[in-house]
Design a protein around this ligand. Structure first.
Ligand code: ARG
Length: 584
């Protein structure tokens, strides 16, 4: 349970101390330590400092080198180029630090300095509608961020702000009243049936709605009945929600993702707060009446004709919409759930909505320096043609079909490689590989960017894919099994080969990487780290015989590196929500 300071941080501190000893006038200057190809680390900070103090950077660097002195940590420090410091750490320091990481369940990953409570709004599909790839992104990114935040000691509470309210329910419910057997509750409905029932009702009711004026009017009245809490109407509304949840759960299960019922708190949950939210905003002058509606204006948000675009808190007909539910949710999350951060994982195309909602909440005093709100707006999933991902017929792609196809493709890959797996085992691995591939492709690009959905690339064994990482993990497990090694010990007295040093230094950076990726909401940084880890492991494995190493100590030390690599891969992938099968 002890966090381990990385060598990068320790060395940086050492250089910083030497710097202020040699050059007291420099104050607390950052040596700007980076990993480097020439040595283990390079410090570039002296160049800027020499400019500031007006000295010769190489001379200045020389003084710092003298002040660093020698001990067990550093093997070599030298001035290079215009005034860089090239720093090589001692082999024993590398292995020693790794041994400390290996002794810790958390691999030495530090807890955040001041953890708080983050409400994370993610995986928010809409009732009576199919889920699409946009919902996939929110679920996958949200789940990874949540794992990462939890791991660094943040308390997280999930909120699935599902679209379960609004005028379309008037149409659906009215149709059900007039065609009562259309959504008969059946105990054994599966997700697919549930969705096809909902689709059928949706299409049928839409057809009547569009062609029959009198039905349209009855549907409108039904909306009023729903909003005023009429029991029969609410019961029927609940049927739509329940049927939809069967479908949602089936998709999330396919995605290998745990969704808790008490965290499904959709738009409707804030219905009772909305009138009060509106009153508070009106009374404080944050919102004003305009053409009968209650709205909030912003100086810097204008439409094409330069007219201000307002946020509509309450429509002229008295109805509340998406904004009112989000504003009410903020009050609930801040004052009842005591959040310190509100994190929204929502399509970047809704970023204007959130800008307006957050600014309104700030003006109302609900958000302030103690409570921050952030929309982790994600980009669009594109098809091979670079346009938003659609079927050939131009329809949105059904999420389940896409996941099923990924698993199928993965099964082909697994089957080709599998020597001794039964068909059941192949299917189990295929699910882990296929779903992992979809998640990893999403998480390995920066969330704000668009990415192409390309299954061939995703399940490829070569390149930056989850399969490559899963294979690296499985290969290590097979070596450890062969060696009969459980918890192999480190041997800090041994000299390290270049590939061992490179792997070791990267393993040591795991804690810093997780901390940074969590603090910046950047799962792609963790993904990039893991990919590099697997690549460095491959080089190590090519260059350094493990079981046939020269001495028994060297065999064990290399097994130790294998084991720590596997544990780091496993932990890192788990944070991304991806499985690492023991055999592939
Ligand atoms: N259900 C919405 C959609 O599918 C996303 C909800 C996002 N969360 C929120 N608090 N508005 O577009």
């Amino acid at each position: 349970m002890a966090s381990v300071t990385s060598l990068a941080a320790t060395v940086n501190q050492r250089v910083a101390d030497a710097l202020s000893a040699a050059l007291p006038e420099a104050g607390a200057a950052d040596p700007l330590l980076r990993r480097s190809d020439r040595a283990d680390f390079q410090a570039n900070g002296l160049l800027a400092l020499a400019k500031k103090l007006g000295g010769n950077p190489r001379e200045l660097a020389g003084k710092v080198v003298d002040a660093i002195g020698a001990d067990g940590l550093l093997k070599d420090v030298e001035v290079s180029g215009p005034g860089f410091l090239n720093i090589t750490v001692a082999d024993t320091a590398i292995t020693g630090t790794l041994a400390a990481r290996a002794a810790d369940d958390r691999l030495g990953v530090p807890y955040a300095d001041a953890p708080g409570t983050t409400i994370i709004d993610y995986a928010q599909p809409n009732v009576a509608k199919e889920m699409h790839v946009g919902h996939l992104r929110s679920a996958v990114i949200g789940d990874a961020l949540r794992n990462m935040l939890d791991f660094t000691g943040e308390k997280t509470i999930g909120r699935h702000h599902i679209g379960d309210w609004g005028t379309q329910f008037g149409m659906l419910i009215q149709y059900l009243i007039e065609n009562p057997d259309q959504l008969a509750p059946a105990a054994d409905t599966d997700g697919e049936q549930a969705m096809s029932n909902l689709n059928r009702v949706y299409k049928a009711s839409r057809a009547v709605f569009d062609s029959d004026e009198e039905f349209k009017e009855r549907a409108r009245k039904r909306v009023v009945a729903l909003q005023s809490g009429d029991q029969q109407t609410l019961d029927l509304w609940q049927r739509f929600v329940d049927e939809s949840k069967i479908y949602f759960y089936s998709v999330f299960e396919k995605l290998d993702m745990e969704i808790r019922d008490e965290e499904i708190v959709g738009e409707s949950a804030y219905n009772d707060m909305m009138a009060e939210t509106a009153r508070m905003l009106e009374e404080s002058g944050v919102a004003v009446r305009s053409e009968g509606a209650l709205v909030v204006f912003f100086d810097d948000i204008k439409g094409k004709d330069d007219k201000p675009v307002p946020l509509i808190v309450q429509k002229a007909d008295g109805g509340f919409g998406y904004a009112a539910s989000d504003l009410s949710a903020i009050r609930n999350r801040v004052f009842d759930l005591r959040a310190t951060t509100l994190l929204y994982v929502v399509d970047v195309r809704q970023s204007l909505h959130f800008r307006m909602v957050f600014e309104t909440a700030r003006r109302a005093g609900w958000l302030n320096d103690e409570v921050k709100a952030h929309n982790m707006g994600y980009g669009t999933v594109l098809g091979a043609d670079g346009k938003p991902f659609k079927t050939r017929a131009g329809e949105t792609v059904r999420l389940e079909d896409l996941l099923d196809e990924a698993v199928q493709r993965a099964a082909e890959v697994v089957r080709e490689k599998a020597q001794d797996l039964t068909e059941d085992e192949i299917q189990e691995r295929a699910a882990q590989v296929g779903i992992g591939a979809v998640k990893y492709a999403d998480l390995s690009t920066s969330p704000s960017r668009d990415y192409k959905f390309d299954l061939d690339q995703m399940v490829s064994l070569n390149g930056d894919t989850s399969v490559y990482l899963q294979y690296a993990y499985a290969r290590i497990q097979s070596i450890l099994r062969k060696a009969g090694a459980t918890e192999p010990a480190a041997h800090p007295e041994l000299e390290l080969a270049p590939a061992e040093r490179a792997l070791g230094l990267h393993l040591d950076a795991f804690g810093d990487t997780v901390a940074e990726a969590a603090a910046e909401y950047a799962p792609h940084k963790l993904a990039a780290y893991l990919y590099q880890l697997a690549s460095l492991y491959t080089t190590f494995y090519d260059q350094c015989p493990v079981l046939k190493a020269d001495t028994p100590q060297q065999v064990e030390n290399r097994l130790f590196l294998c084991d720590l690599t596997a544990r780091t891969l496993h932990r890192g992938m788990a944070l991304l929500g991806i499985r690492t099968p023991e055999r592939l």
